[in-house]
Design a protein around this ligand. Structure first.
Ligand code: NDP
Length: 332
């Protein structure tokens, strides 16, 4: 089978680092050609992740000009040389770079066929974020039934899924989120305790965590907020507990003097999803687990909103302005 592919496409390009204003929506950008081991995917829907803002600002280095966006779902439009396992027309999802575009050339090794019964939208609401929470709850720290877990930004793209995964394991979840609406959402997922860490009452969330854990602290903290929460997270963890830092929503965690960990024998981790899905076997292990959870309905997704691609500046403003709940998506 073949599919006719145009020579130009709509895409969002970043030529230099900066605020949302550097996101340039172009209508006649060249369509890439798939190289060895690659597929050309016509994206139906692409995921927006907080990491996209790090590449935009330069917090994480990447070559420019760059098309941001680390995941997409759509249809294989062309198969590159020496690429096996996929055919034109296959419904697929991928993890790579360049999702803010109608077409993306992606490595077949990080592409999967989407099973029947799972929509592109539901998968994009749970693909990068879902694989993250599944691997972090299993490998960074193996969450056990009965553990007390503190999860920051629990109403976010990753947080919404993590809350459910933690509850399904049988952990006690203390979720933080900003504002009543987000807190209600987290509560509706079965979180045991929800703290509005932006409210007057919730500002001292460390004290509240100590209270609800009988003074002991939590077994593990999952902290993707970073700069604003890292110190509290170290205080809120129990003796012999683990703190997992995995994001910089408020800015990066500064270098930590190791002696800070000694008094409570704390373990710390700073994982990245890509380190857990490097091999095809690892990638398929977590994607299959995600597919199972989505198909069975055990994992619910929440799409904040599907934005048209030309509204990309607004998407970044909403995400960085803490206005989103669940996952923002764009329609290329
Ligand atoms: P979210 O949808 O969770 O958005 C970020 C949330 O962080 C906001 O909604 C907000 O929630 C909270 N937040 C707290 N302080 C700030 C601040 N100063 N500015 C902006 N937001 C703030 O994003 P994602 O689901 O895409 O990602 C969540 C986090 O996980 C990010 O830090 C991301 O980098 C990280 N991540 C890391 C991965 C890895 O491999 N290491 C993989 C995937 C995600 P509230 O209003 O409730 O405070």
């Amino acid at each position: 089978r073949t599919m006719s592919v145009p020579t130009t496409m709509k895409a969002v390009v970043v030529e230099q680092t900066g605020g949302p204003e550097v996101l340039q929506y172009k209508t006649e950008y060249p369509v890439p050609t798939p190289k060895d081991g690659q597929l050309l995917v016509r994206n139906n829907i692409s995921g927006i992740n907080f990491i996209d803002t790090y590449f935009r600002t330069g917090l994480y280095a990447s070559p420019k000009p760059e098309i941001l966006g680390r995941e997409g779902a759509g249809v294989v439009a062309a198969v590159g040389p020496n690429t096996t396992g996929f055919a034109v027309g296959d419904r697929v999802a991928w993890l790579s770079n360049g999702g803010y575009a109608e077409y993306t050339a992606v490595p077949a090794g990080k592409t999967v066929k989407i099973p029947e019964g799972i929509s592109d939208e539901d998968l994009m609401a749970s693909f990068l974020s879902g694989l993250t929470v599944l691997s972090f709850a299993k490998e960074t720290y193996a969450v056990q039934k009965g553990d007390w877990v503190l999860l920051h930004a629990a109403a976010g793209g990753a947080g919404f899924l993590m809350t459910q995964i933690l509850k399904s394991i049988g952990a006690h979840v203390i979720g933080t989120a900003g504002g009543e609406e987000k807190c209600a959402l987290v509560k509706s997922l079965g979180a045991d305790v929800v703290i509005d860490y932006r409210s007057e009452e919730g500002k001292d969330w460390v004290k509240k965590v100590k209270e609800v854990t009988g003074g002991r602290g939590v077994d593990v903290v999952y902290d993707s907020v970073g700069k604003d929460t890292w110190e509290g997270s170290l205080e809120a963890v129990k003796r012999k507990g683990t703190v997992v830092w995995f994001g910089n929503a408020s800015g990066p965690v500064p270098p930590i003097p190791l002696p800070k960990l000694s008094p409570k024998c704390v373990k710390i981790a700073r994982p990245t999803l890509f380190g857990y899905i490097e091999t095809r076997e690892e990638f398929e292990y977590y994607t299959n687990e995600l597919f199972r959870l989505l198909k069975s309905g055990e994992l619910k997704v929440k799409i904040h909103k599907i934005y048209p691609m030309e509204d990309i500046k607004q998407v970044h403003q909403d995400l960085e302005g803490r206005k989103t709940m669940g996952k923002p998506l764009i329609k290329p």
